[in-house]
Design a protein around this ligand. Sequence first.
Ligand SMILES: [Zn+2]
Ligand SMILES: [Zn+2]
Length: 216
Amino acid sequence: MTESQKDRYRSDADYREKQKRASKEYYEKHRDDPEFRKKRNEASLAWAKRNRTQASQNVAQRQKERYQRDPEYRAKIRQRQKDKYNSDPEFQARRIQAHKDYAERLGPVYLERTRMSAKKRLDKAWDEVLAVYGRICTCCGESNPAFLTLHHKIGSADEDRMRLLGRSTCHSNMYSGYLRKVAEQADHERYEILCYNCNCGTSHRGNGVCPHKIAP
Ligand SMILES: [Zn+2]
Ligand SMILES: [Zn+2]
């Protein structure tokens, strides 16, 4: 392109569209021609060499768009980041520091935001559990969601967390992960939904049997 064509390309949207279409058509027509491909590759490499910053920005932008659009690609990148985080202590330290800086920059907004997103995750995970095991106490029929709890029919909750998470204690921001696993299992031999009353009665008073079921 000559300089005046470049100016026009920048300022005239119709002209720009027309040029873009023409070059696209040209590309479609010649894309299988090895000579054309070679020339095109060389030209774009040369361009990238001359415009390093812009080139790396373009690549980053394309990766970002693909990350948002393509779930498989997203999973792959996330896994790669996780592996790097777990195997490269320097990378891990950098990430932790970056996160601290970010939290500090946002201050109370950050705390509120994490609290809200943890709550959202927890609500969603609990809803998955109820969707699998029922939205009602299997003993007394209580259906007010605020009273419903997860009852472990086999072993204790701590033992079950050990089994699924590899640790018995469960910090609140991990609890949603635990609930999602419980939902995934769909193991009705192991879990049931009881209301708070029936759960306490079953666990502490009735030797695994709710006082509702024991004749007075
Ligand atoms: Zn109940
Ligand atoms: Zn009961």
